[in-house]
Ligand binder design. Structure first.
Ligand code: G3I
Length: 330
């Protein structure tokens, strides 16, 4: 067989992958356990999935992932405690169907976080406490969603405080996409500095890293990591994948045979940057193999992408060899 990537990175970076419970007992589950030492639920820990109606918690799918991790000596990332896209609707109205007050929404948030973080205390070592709260198009840098409208900007502070109270040992992250774009990066920095100034228990930044073979430049990735390292924070790469396409193009720029080595070189270059950052502790891919990737769903369902380290037959791609080379060269 091929070397275990997680083994090769042991002592330097924790390597993980996102998974749906149904994949655990499939061939992908074996690849997951062999090549990675960390796992995150692609969907089943999101608020709308874990508490679809008030005080009705659906833990079984998330438990299956946590149990799998424990059986295989892997750590678990928790994703996510608060995300505007997956906040269940019941959060926003009271028992009479009237708009929920700030106090009611905050008490529901506290209840949700206490219950979920409490259940996985000591089992989930890090949480994406808030996901995608930054919007560089707004003067206050915050996404103008229901959380901001109903609670106000301190909903972020409260989410971190509730999570910290429920598991003081957990590493608490603010997670977002496109953190390598200068406007997004400086907004994120501003918001994080505010949290630190108010003594909010935030420990680090999660960088999703849904990128392509074209962008962003490796130097921009390096600079983004450096910004948060200078604040004394931990960095984690939380949702990595690398499209072969340019933005929303529907044709590949070249044949897959020629693009996969390009992807491999870029994975190698990125892993070298990650390895050069002592404050960066983990890299998690948003999927195990190209057989199941969110880059072939959602907006991009109509094109066939191959963004991960293993192909849809679970065989290593140039990206895998690039990642291996990056650590073996040290
Ligand atoms: O499971 C149901 C299935 O029963 C149903 O037939 C089908 C019809 O739509 O939907 C299925 O649920 C889908 C689910 O993925 C599981 O495949 C949802 O519609 C779909 O919205 C959901 O998309 C997920 C998305 O987050 C929204 O929650 C993706 O799988 C997941 O990869 C994606 O992950 C996000 C991160 O949480 C945050 N950052 C971006 C990242 C990628 O988009």
């Amino acid at each position: 067989g091929i070397p275990s990537l997680a083994q090769a990175y042991r002592g330097r970076l924790r390597l993980g992958a996102a998974v749906e419970p149904g994949q655990l007992n499939a061939p992908e589950g074996r690849l997951l356990a062999a090549q990675f030492n960390s796992v995150v639920a692609e969907n089943v820990m999101k608020p709308s999935r874990i508490q679809p109606s008030e005080n009705e918690f659906h833990f079984a799918p998330a438990d299956a992932i946590v149990d799998f991790a424990q059986q295989h000596g892997m750590t678990v990332r928790g994703h996510t405690l608060l995300w505007y896209k997956r906040t269940p609707d019941w959060f926003w109205s009271d028992k009479d169907g009237q708009p929920a007050s700030r106090d009611l929404v905050l008490s529901r948030l506290r209840q949700h976080i206490e219950t979920v973080v409490g259940r996985y205390k000591g089992k989930v070592y890090t949480w994406d406490v808030v996901n995608e709260v930054i919007d560089p198009a707004q003067p206050d840098c915050l996404r103008h969603d229901q959380w901001l409208q109903v609670v106000g900007p301190d909903y972020i502070d409260w989410a971190f405080r509730y999570a910290h109270a429920a598991d003081p040992g957990a590493r608490l992250m603010i997670n977002d996409y496109s953190t390598t774009l200068p406007a997004k990066r400086s907004c994120l920095q501003r918001v994080v500095q505010g949290l630190l100034a108010r003594d909010v228990p935030v420990h680090g930044v999660g960088h999703q890293m849904h990128i392509s073979i074209f962008e962003p430049a490796v130097a921009e990735v390096d600079e983004t990591l450096a910004v948060f390292a200078r604040l004394g924070l931990e960095n984690q790469i939380t949702e990595m994948d690398m499209s072969l396409y340019q933005r929303h193009a529907y044709l590949l720029p070249d044949s897959v045979d020629r693009l996969l080595p390009v992807q491999g070189q870029r994975y190698e270059a990125l892993m070298k940057v990650f390895l050069s950052h002592p404050e960066l502790t983990s890299v998690t891919w948003w999927g195990i193999s190209d057989a199941h990737t969110s880059r072939n769903a959602g907006w991009d369902w109509w094109r066939s992408d191959a963004p991960l380290l293993f192909n849809s037959q679970q065989h290593p791609k140039p990206g895998y060899w690039g990642a291996l080379k990056a650590v073996q060269g040290l």
